[in-house]
Each structure stands twice: as structure tokens, then as C-alpha cells.
Design a protein around this ligand. Structure first.
Ligand SMILES: NC(=O)c1ccc[n+]([C@@H]2O[C@H](COP(=O)([O-])OP(=O)(O)OC[C@H]3O[C@@H](n4cnc5c(N)ncnc54)[C@H](OP(=O)(O)O)[C@@H]3O)[C@@H](O)[C@H]2O)c1
Length: 278
């Protein structure tokens, strides 16, 4: 395949990551995929020499560094990084422990920082590459009951947009992908986490958590359609910096933008009022 690229995808043993890996392999790409447990890739074992399964601890810089070196060692270069690993954390801020919060930020945000830091030396020396970070519509228009998850995804969105500016002069593109609800493992009890400590006053937030559980299996988004979106992005001469995935994400983002526009207009005088008078 002439247009074959080398991909490195985190958290790829299930959900979106797994769908993307399978689709890319079927289209002739070379794919390195990470998981906490390499055994979970057993269904992909027969895919041959274009697949590199990697057991990686995304909380450990040395583990990430070694896995990226292995990827470049095997395939000769690094074209696309997909920071996909992540999980939801429900609960009011007050209900969450420092451990719950730190763990969520470690996986959803600091792992992205570590992977990008370790990948950039290769991409810089190539003067090419594309980094795709999977944030969430929650990292743009927060819902209720997920404040720390939203904060981690806002951090991903902010970092990604800033990196897109910083890295473009080096020939490296960066895209922030914000999916709506997709039919993956995300809402299942072995993926999602909730506050262990409960405060009665926040009982109303449980409705939002229940909504997520009830949505499982009926989400609008089809993960098998994501790889084609990524291929379109990396083949584009002007790839999107921010891309919403799914009509639910698109419409929620539009509503947020309209709300923000109205609020800015309503408060414009106050915004201007702090300037020095000329
Ligand atoms: N599905 C949705 O509705 C939705 C919406 C918006 C954004 N997202 C985002 O999309 C990405 C993919 O999620 P998904 O829907 O495919 O969910 P998923 O089916 O639960 O898969 C999540 C992947 O992330 C990795 N992961 C989860 N917890 C981890 C941890 N504590 N440490 C290291 N890796 C961990 C897992 O990797 P292992 O292989 O190591 O198990 C797994 O393969 C996530 O960043 C998620 O926040 C999803």
C-alpha cells in the first residue's frame, strides 16, 4: 500500500481504539497499539507483521518512551499518534477523593502529555506527523455530574489547541477530537468510575449517572466509522484543529457557542470596562 502510515494508538484493546486499529490494519497501515494488558490483544494476534501490540503503563514515562522507540524500531518512522486511552469519572467534586481525581487526571490528561513529549523528538526530526488527541464533548460543553472528567478533558482540549499552534511550523499537525456518545465499553461498569463517597445533597446528580448507564448499547455513535475520519484528517492539507464527532456532539457544541455568544454580548460593557481610558 503506497499511502501506508505508521500509527501509535493508546488504550486500544477495546472500544474506539480497537475499532480504529482493526480498520487501519484492514486498509494496509502499520499499527502499534497499547494496552495495560497485552493479552487483551489476542483476537488481533493473527494480523501479521503490520501489527505491534505493546503492553504500556501510560502513567510511566519510561514505559511510554520504550514503546515508542519499539514502534520506530520496527516500522522505521512515526506518522500518527492517537491519544485515545481514557475513562469517565462521575461524582460531585466534594464527593471525590484525591486518589480518584489524581488517577483520572493521570490517565486522561498526563498520559497525553507524556506520550506527546516522547513522540515529538521523532516527529520533529522527520518534520512531519499528526497528533490526534481524543478529548470529549465534555471537554467543550460540560454536562452535569462529571466535573473532574470534564476538567481533565478541557485540559486535553486546551493543550491540544495550543500544541496545534506551536507545532505547525515544524510540519506537525494536531487535532482535538471531541466525540459525543459512542457505542463502546465506555459506559460499562468495568470502564467507568463513580465516586465511592456519597453526599446526600448531591443525590440529584445520580440521575445523570443513571442516564449514562441507561444509554449503554443505544449510543448514537458508531466506533467503526472513526478510522475513516482519522484517515481523512491525516490526508487533509488543512486538517481540523477541533473536530466534533457525532451529531449529538455537534449540536451540543453549537448550543454552547450560542450561549457563550449571548453571554459575551450581555456582559460586553463590563468586559470593556477594565481597559485604561485612552
Ligand atoms: N464512548 C464515548 O461515549 C466517549 C465519548 C467522549 C469521549 N470518549 C473518549 O474516547 C476515548 C476512548 O473511549 P472508549 O469509548 O473507546 O471507551 P472504552 O471502550 O472503555 O475503552 C477505553 C480504553 O482506554 C483505556 N483505559 C481505560 N482506563 C484506563 C486506565 N485507568 N489506564 C490506562 N488505560 C485506560 C483502555 O485501555 P486498556 O487496553 O489498557 O484496557 C481502553 O482500551 C476515551 O478517552 C474516552 O474518554 C468516549
Amino acid at each position: 500500500m503506497s499511502n501506508s502510515k505508521v500509527w501509535y494508538i493508546t488504550g486500544a484493546s477495546k472500544g474506539m481504539g480497537l475499532s480504529v486499529v482493526k480498520e487501519l490494519l484492514s486498509k494496509g497501515h502499520q499499527v502499534a497499539a497499547t494496552s495495560r494488558t497485552i493479552a487483551s490483544f489476542k483476537e488481533l494476534r493473527e494480523t501479521g507483521d503490520r501489527f505491534l501490540p505493546l503492553e504500556v503503563d501510560l502513567k510511566n514515562e519510561a514505559s511510554i518512551s520504550a514503546s515508542i522507540a519499539q514502534t520506530v524500531g520496527k516500522f522505521g518512522r512515526l506518522d500518527v499518534i492517537v491519544n485515545n486511552a481514557g475513562y469517565g469519572l462521575g461524582g460531585a467534586l466534594e464527593e471525590l477523593s484525591a486518589e480518584e481525581i489524581n488517577e483520572n487526571f493521570e490517565v486522561n490528561f498526563f498520559a497525553v502529555v507524556r506520550v506527546v513529549q516522547q513522540a515529538l523528538p521523532y516527529m520533529r526530526s522527520q518534520r512531519s506527523g499528526h497528533i490526534i488527541n481524543i478529548s470529549s464533548i465534555a471537554g467543550f460543553a460540560p454536562g452535569m455530574g462529571w466535573s473532574m472528567y470534564c476538567a481533565a478533558k478541557f485540559a486535553v482540549s486546551g493543550l491540544t489547541e495550543a500544541l496545534a499552534n506551536d507545532l505547525k511550523p515544524l510540519g506537525i499537525y494536531v487535532t482535538n477530537v471531541m466525540p459525543g456518545w459512542f457505542r463502546t465499553n465506555f459506559a460499562k461498569p468495568d470502564s467507568i468510575a463513580y465516586n465511592q463517597n456519597q453526599i446526600k445533597d448531591y443525590l440529584y446528580l445520580r440521575d445523570y449517572h443513571e442516564k449514562m448507564s441507561n444509554m449503554d448499547g443505544a449510543q448514537l455513535g458508531d466506533p467503526d466509522k472513526i478510522a475513516d475520519v482519522f484517515l481523512k484528517l491525516v490526508d487533509s492539507l488543512e486538517p481540523a484543529v477541533n473536530l466534533f464527532l457525532g451529531s449529538d456532539a455537534f449540536n451540543r457544541a453549537k448550543a454552547k457557542i450560542e450561549q457563550l455568544r449571548m453571554e459575551m454580548d450581555n456582559w460586553k460593557e463590563v468586559s470593556y470596562s477594565t481597559d485604561f481610558c485612552s
